[in-house]
Design a binder for this molecule. Sequence first.
Ligand SMILES: [Zn+2]
Length: 323
Amino acid sequence: MLLALADTPAAGLTPPQSWAELVEAYSVETPCLALLAQLRWPNGFVCPLCGRASATNLREGVARCLNCRRRVTVTTGTVMHGTKAPLSAWLAAAWLATEPGRGVSAREVQQRASIYSYQTAWMLLHRLRLALSATVQATKLSGEVSVDEVLLGRRSAGVPGRGVLGQRLVAVAVEMSHGEPGRVRFGLLPDAAPSSLRGFFRRCIEAGSVVVSDTWAAYPPACAGLTGHRVVDDAAAGGRVCPPGVAPIVRQLNEWLVRTHQASVGVKHLQRYLDEFAFRFDHRDDPPGQAFMAALAALMAAPPASYQELMGDVVAPPQKPDR
Ligand SMILES: [Zn+2]
């Protein structure tokens, strides 16, 4: 009943400890296949199309379910479904995108993973971002959470105003523990109205947490009945001060958008980039290779995405009006 889609099993789930180890172990398809199959089916194969556990191998990496008779690969029914890139390129991109303090462009993925087409590398990276974004958005911050809203990429960053620069209001929430930042979440805001902030809080912060903010008047109504609220005493500091933990993270975020992406991230893709940054930040203190494995798990868990979703062209279905 157990089906290994690869002929050679992966050597346990010990992650590579460095880029060199990754290249040595996972530059051909068989070990990549085995690793992904173990991540996807740790207790043995289950058909993603019908849920039954019996299948037969047709060839390496391709099985036929003995119940529904359909062909299944390790990427069937995931965000990797239908990919044109080799699995080794996916693993390379997952490694590069999750290295602490780094982040990677499609051009670099294309070069380092030896992908022929820039377009394929671009699509791969966007699918990876979708998966990381889903993981980030599945968990909320809790406890004491510093919140601020910032304009991303102000012209003071020294880069001409194109792409996102100077255009987008973004809410930043940082979980604080003993004065140190923990996890971070970002949310694009249409404006700084209480209702916009409140929507961000609902999505990203557990009810009953304590929001720490500046004196902006939108915060008390945004928090009311949802979270606690404490105001940073900026009068004592002689003006507006940033809640603890926020400023260094925003600086890192801006540097990454400018350095790696030349500040040219389109608005319709920005939330994914913010979530990619949050994923990397949340895993910054993990042992080597753990963030990489978490990214692969995210790829195995995320559902397929249409071309329109990848391009950010999907219009959200109309919401039912509140009664
Ligand atoms: Zn089946």
